[in-house]
Design a protein around this ligand. Sequence first.
Ligand code: CMC
Length: 391
Amino acid sequence: SGMITIDPGYKNTGSCESAITFLDGEKGILRYRGYSIEELAEKAEFLEVAYLLIFGHLPNKEELERFHNDIKAESHVDEEMKKILDGFPKSAHPMGVLSSLTSALVAFNPGSVNVSSEKDMYWAIVKILAKFPVLVAWTLRKKKGLPLDYGDDSLGYVENIHKMMFKKPNHKYETNKIVIDALDKLLILHADHEQNCSTSTVRIVGSSHAGLYASLSAGISALWGPLHGGANQAVLEMLEAIEADGGDTKKYMAKAKDKNDPFRLMGFGHRVYKNFDPRAKIIKVAAEEVLADLGIDDPILEIAKGLAKEALEDKYFVDRKLYPNVDFYSGIIYRALGIPTEMFTVMFALGRLPGWIAQWREMRLKSEPIGRPRQVYTGEKQRPFVCLENR
Ligand code: CMC
């Protein structure tokens, strides 16, 4: 009732109170439950961060072990789900496949929908943290023509994900600490980012009391877009295009500034950060370290660094406070780890899963009302119906 203020893109509208993630876009600060992202990326493991985001405190050894054991006990997916995966062409984009499979999980876990107690919620959460990595691995393996496998309970959460994705039949699975640590760090840096497009989607779908998995499936769809999580794939494709074009970064800078050209510098700019995205800072250093440690000399890293340097000195980008965001350097690491470009946004989803869950849980525990924005009507005034023969 009364005056309705319109705020396209909700640039200035708060949708909730939240105690999960603190973000100061002017200063470039990001904290999960009060802990700085720099410290968590350096010292914590992804599963600890997941627990922290969802339950609000860092787990002690016993809590973490119980959580991990519960996840291991649920890390199987109904075999019928393979038939659904089977129906997709190999060329299907993994994000579309995963949002469908996540939605399909509801049918096989109907108890996850009407969560009337914290215990019900806990098991819905444990199950998706256990099963989503299996679906991710299956999606990649189908693309590669590899048999669909299950995980290995003896491994850590992240190493197990890596093994499920990459193990080849009749080959001993081998990885190294550099790869797993890099993956762990990237997942932590993506784990939550307050009320972004996909998280707001999860909360608003969940606010109708659709179940957790339906809400997550919607979140995955929201993340897919190139203005959001899909930017990491778009960045790498852009860098490859620049490389193929002889490394002419100036040409692409000019395109990005040209208001008649829809091209944007992918991986640049952010709704909230008007200063360095703290995640991009960490990922840039990590990309250099991982490539050096793995002995990879990737010309794309040089192109990215050159592009960033030019943009940071350019009046257009400076005036608009456009800095590299989380997606700018992450693909360079994924590529070094052998992850196909089409899977980059899936890696983002894997990382963001605990954040989406934490936000959904917070919303449900606070019994927030259904999300239902208003509008200002600008259409026709009332007019009489015209019969088909008279039109
Ligand atoms: N390249 C060129 N110009 C840009 C860019 C860019 N990447 N980003 C913003 N601008 C310009 C925009 O044209 C506008 O200029 P003007 O004031 O002259 O009209 C001004 O900067 C403000 O941009 P906006 O589109 O009003 O800002 P927004 O808050 O609505 O959009 C954004 C934020 C992230 C969608 C946008 O910066 C963008 O499209 N970036 C490229 C895609 C990208 O990297 N997305 C990942 C975001 S970070 C993490 C995630 O969500 O995955």
